[in-house]
Design a protein. Structure first.
Length: 260
C-alpha cells in the first residue's frame, strides 16, 4: 500500500512538471530584431563646435607649468600663458566692457591649478591668489557672492547657437591649463560629433587596462551613441584608469541647457 502511494506521488509530480514546462515554452516569444538608425550627419554647429574644442585643447595642451608657480608663494611674473588667447578661438564670445579674462595661480601640494576671474582693464592684474583674495574677500565668503566674483557673469555671446556652445566650452574647459598632479582630474572634454567620441574612446582605451562607462539618462552606452543630434560630455580620469561618459543634451532654446 505504501509503495502504491509513492508511485502516485511520483506520477503526480511528473504531470505537474510537464504542465509547467509546456506553459513556459508556449508563452515564449521571439524578440524581434532591432534595427539601428543610421548615424545622422553632424550639423554645421556641431562641426564648428568640435573644431573649437580641439583648438582649445591643443592650445592648453601646449603649455608647460613654469617652475616658479609650483611653490607656496606662487606669483605671476608676467611672461606666463595668456588665457585671453582662448577668446581668440571662441570668437562668438566677448568680455563685458572694461573687463578681460585673467587668472591667478593656486598652489596646492595635492594639485595646483589656475583660478580664472574677470579683470578690470583700468587696473593692473593680480599677480597672486593672496593678492586677489585680499582685494575681493567678498568672492570667498560662504554666503551668496556678488556677480563680479564669477567671470561667467561677465561673458557675453553674440546670441548665436555657436556662441552659446562656445560659452559652454569656456565654462567647462576654461581653466584646463597649468594643471599639476591631482588637478589633472579636471580633464573634462566636450564632444560634439560621434566621430570625435570614437576617436577619444579609442585613444583612452588604448592607454589604459580598465574602462568604466557611466551613462545617465540612457540604458546603455550603445543607445547613447545612437541618439539623434548628440552632444556629449566626456570626463576621463587617466590616473585612476577610469573613463566615464556623461550625456549632454542640447536644447533648441539657447537660454536653457541641462546636464544628466
Amino acid at each position: 500500500m505504501r509503495r502504491k502511494y509513492i508511485i502516485w506521488i511520483l506520477l503526480l509530480t511528473l504531470i505537474i512538471l510537464s504542465a509547467c514546462q509546456f506553459r513556459e515554452t508556449s508563452t515564449v516569444r521571439e524578440t524581434p530584431a532591432v534595427r539601428e538608425a543610421p548615424a545622422e550627419k553632424p550639423s554645421d554647429a556641431a562641426l564648428s563646435w568640435q573644431e573649437d574644442i580641439e583648438q582649445v585643447r591643443k592650445l592648453y595642451g601646449s603649455q608647460s607649468i613654469p617652475q616658479h608657480l609650483l611653490n607656496e608663494d606662487a606669483v605671476l611674473q608676467g611672461d606666463e600663458f595668456d588665457v585671453g588667447t582662448a577668446m581668440e578661438i571662441l570668437d562668438h564670445l566677448s568680455m563685458a566692457d572694461g573687463y578681460q579674462l585673467a587668472y591667478v595661480y593656486k598652489y596646492d601640494p595635492m594639485g595646483s591649478y589656475p583660478v580664472l576671474y574677470a579683470h578690470l582693464e583700468d587696473s593692473p592684474p593680480f599677480t597672486s591668489l593672496k593678492e586677489y583674495t585680499s582685494a575681493h574677500p567678498e568672492c570667498f565668503q560662504s554666503s551668496e557672492k556678488p556677480s563680479h566674483c564669477s567671470y561667467q557673469q561677465l561673458i557675453e555671446t553674440d546670441g548665436s547657437e555657436i556662441g552659446y556652445l562656445q560659452f559652454v566650452l569656456l565654462n567647462e574647459m576654461g581653466r584646463q591649463f597649468y594643471l599639476d598632479w591631482h588637478a589633472n582630474y579636471n580633464d573634462t572634454t566636450l564632444i560634439a560629433t560621434e566621430k570625435a567620441l570614437d576617436q577619444i574612446q579609442n585613444k583612452v582605451l588604448s592607454n589604459i587596462h580598465y574602462a568604466f562607462y557611466h551613462t545617465y539618462a540612457t540604458d546603455s552606452y550603445d543607445r547613447l551613441c545612437h541618439e539623434q543630434s548628440p552632444y556629449y560630455l566626456v570626463h576621463s580620469h587617466i590616473r585612476h584608469k577610469s573613463f566615464s561618459i556623461l550625456w549632454f543634451l542640447f536644447l533648441s532654446n539657447p537660454n536653457s541647457f541641462y546636464f544628466f
